[in-house]
Design a protein around this ligand. Structure first.
Ligand code: SF4
Ligand code: FES
Length: 320
């Protein structure tokens, strides 16, 4: 048993916080105007947010706690919330890497709070080999200030000093502290109609009746999209993408993965329509094949490779 497991670790959790100021009355009236929002798809929750900037106060706050080996960064935040500062805001639900609701940036790397082990991010050695800072020799473009800082040999960086730095997921408007607005991502996913379109492919009985639940597939056909169906829409690939998180017009890798899941489903017969929908300047064309999106996907999806496959399929559709 390691010494840390017995004695615990003194951890400094440094959090980029944000307190919004209440919207003024006229701003509220403006946002409720049918012409005020830029959202491309309607949200069932009534928000029209795109990448709107919310006014408020940004500040950094340090919390000092004792953590045990095996604890997650989410455990630390829960301890802070319960025993030190109830005003700290963050989002989580399942606590087990399933719901995708707690994506943040830890030491510059987009990741889930509930799967990030304290010792991996508090220890300078393992922190250097985990996430954005590991990109020094792998040929990927750096996408975070922390990665650039590490490259520049800045010995004061959070990873080197053992401080765990937590910031909101890049590329998303911050609502409060570590809670970001994911409406735009969900609207983009919704826009690509991520449900089975199997018109005309319904199995029929011998007398011509629709036997509607017979969607037969071979194991190899299932294999083509099975992993993609595990996407939890956490937005980590979007927060890692220098195009999306950089604020460029791009539908984003999460929406494209949702599209690819049905494009690769042999039961779906809307493939051309789906490829056509993403063959736009802000669709797959905006992808620059940086492949940073592949590095941190918690479901093990090689997002960059899927983007490449979509690019190729769109090209062959256009060359037909
Ligand atoms: S592809 Fe991976 S990183 Fe991207 S939203 Fe889905 S689960 Fe998250
Ligand atoms: S809390 Fe559900 S994925 Fe982390």
């Amino acid at each position: 048993m390691s010494e840390n497991a017995v004695h615990g670790m003194n951890v400094t959790i440094r959090i980029q916080r944000f307190t919004p100021v209440p919207e003024r009355e006229h701003a509220r009236r403006h946002s409720s105007s049918p012409f005020g929002g830029k959202a491309r798809g309607g949200s069932p929750f009534g928000s029209s947010s795109s990448r709107r900037r919310i006014r408020g106060k940004h500040f950094t706050q340090d919390y000092h706690i004792e953590a045990r080996a095996g604890q997650t960064v989410l455990d630390c935040l829960l301890e802070i919330k319960r025993n030190i500062d109830p005003t700290l805001a963050f989002r989580y639900s399942c606590g087990h890497g399933i719901c995708g609701s707690d994506a943040v940036s830890i030491n510059g790397t987009p990741t889930l709070l509930c799967t990030a082990k304290v010792e991996d991010y508090n220890n300078p050695t393992s922190s250097q080999s985990n996430g954005a800072n590991s990109s020094t020799n792998d040929g990927f473009r750096k996408t975070t200030p922390a990665a650039y800082e590490a490259d520049a040999g800045n010995s004061d960086s959070a990873a080197a000093s053992g401080i765990i730095e937590i910031a909101p997921l890049p590329g998303f408007p911050v609502l409060r502290d570590l809670i970001v607005d994911i409406d735009q991502m969900m609207n983009q996913i919704r826009k690509l109609e991520p449900y089975l379109k199997a018109d005309g492919k319904l199995a029929t009985t011998t007398d011509g009746q629709i036997d509607m639940f017979e969607y037969l597939q071979k194991p190899e056909e299932l294999k083509r999209y099975e992993l993609l169906s595990n996407c939890i829409s956490c937005g980590i690939c979007e927060g890692s993408c220098p195009v999306y998180a950089g604020g460029e017009a791009f539908i984003g890798p999460a929406a494209l993965i949702a599209d690819s899941r049905f494009i690769n489903d042999s039961r779906d017969n809307a493939t051309d329509q789906r490829l056509d929908a993403i063959a736009t300047a802000d669709g797959i064309t905006a992808c620059q094949s940086v492949r940073a999106c592949s590095r941190e996907c918690p479901r093990g999806i090689d997002v960059g490779e899927e983007m490449w496959q979509l690019t190729e399929r769109v090209k062959s559709l256009q060359n037909r």
